[in-house]
Write a protein that binds this ligand. Structure first.
Ligand SMILES: [Mg+2]
Length: 309
């Protein structure tokens, strides 16, 4: 295999495809851009996932979606034709809730992020506040006196940052104050994705919002999304996932392929993401600098494997 160039599955013979299939037992796949777009299944991909399962592959869905709980993602998946167990969904909000439960967390959480984070934490019995609009009213000094000086910082044991379309200076101010008033305050994030729907748009991702806050508090948040290999260490330690026998499928080189690389998995990039092809070309042009972004395999759509196998 030439690691400077991914192998295009569409160009392999049936015998080579059979060999490729024999190279893994477990599949971890990203969701948005691989399985569906905006909650609509990508053509023939549900059939492709069913085919992989019928061949005995163990399939997990792994997403950086920080605006839906694991249960909501599972409901989307099953509604549009994916046969997957809820326990096979690896998602940041769930992972954060489990992390806090494992620490016997009893304080409140301040959320710079979505309502889904609050719902996910509530389902785990964890109290939180913060989602929704929050703007600075009046002068900065008025706001500091009324909303920051009076903050009950001891009650807040964690700040979680996720995708937040209501991200504001006021939220940054509150979050910074909670994090820095108490050295024990946990600082967590759902993911580090910096931009969405590029190149059509440049929608700031969680990583962009987080960078502002990290700069202010001079601390790095612990993150619960790809490319952090920690999110599937339990599966690896339990023996359910053997890294050398696992294939990671994704649509973003710098997130999904890097995650696969970090975990020691084989990687397959699909061309159905908003900028998969554009990004892959960029990555290949700079291949000597960041070989960890180069996938082992490429296929225009995961649905294509129904024709190749
Ligand atoms: Mg994706």
């Amino acid at each position: 295999m030439n690691k400077n160039q991914p192998t295009n599955l569409a160009e392999l013979t049936k015998a080579e495809i059979a060999k490729w299939l024999n190279g893994f037992d477990t599949v971890l796949t990203d969701c948005d851009g691989v399985l569906w777009h905006e909650g609509v299944a990508i053509d023939r991909v549900p059939e492709a996932v069913a085919l992989l399962k019928s061949l005995g592959k163990e399939v997990y869905f792994v997403t950086n979606n920080g605006v839906k709980t694991g249960r909501e993602i599972w409901k989307t998946a099953t509604t549009i034709g994916y046969d997957i167990d809820e326990s096979r969904i690896i998602a940041p909000i769930q992972a954060i809730a489990e992390y806090l439960q494992a620490r016997n967390f009893r304080k409140k959480v301040y959320i710079v992020g979505s309502e889904a984070i609050r719902n996910g934490l509530a389902a785990a019995g964890i109290e939180s506040f913060g989602p929704g609009p929050e703007v600075l009213q009046g002068t900065l000094n008025d706001y500091l006196a009324q909303h920051v000086a009076t903050q009950e910082t001891d009650d807040v044991g964690a700040v979680i940052v996720g995708f937040d379309e209501h991200f504001t200076f006021a939220k940054m101010l509150k979050a910074s104050n909670y994090i820095c008033s108490n050295s024990e305050c946990l600082f967590l994030t759902t993911n580090l994705d910096t931009v969405h729907r590029y190149p059509e748009f440049r929608i700031p991702g969680t990583g962009a919002l987080l960078a502002a806050l990290e700069t202010c508090v001079e601390r790095k948040a612990l993150q619960f999304g790809k490319p952090n290999a920690e999110i599937c260490q339990q599966l690896i330690k339990s023996g359910k996932v053997l890294p050398e026998r696992t294939l990671m499928i994704g649509d973003v080189c710098k997130v999904d392929v890097l995650f696969g690389h970090n975990c020691g998995f084989q990687t397959l990039l699909v061309g159905t993401g908003h900028n998969s092809v554009y990004e892959l070309n960029e990555v290949l042009q700079n291949s000597s600098e960041n070989p960890e972004f180069i996938p082992d395999f490429y296929v225009p759509s995961l649905g294509d494997i129904t024709k190749l196998i």
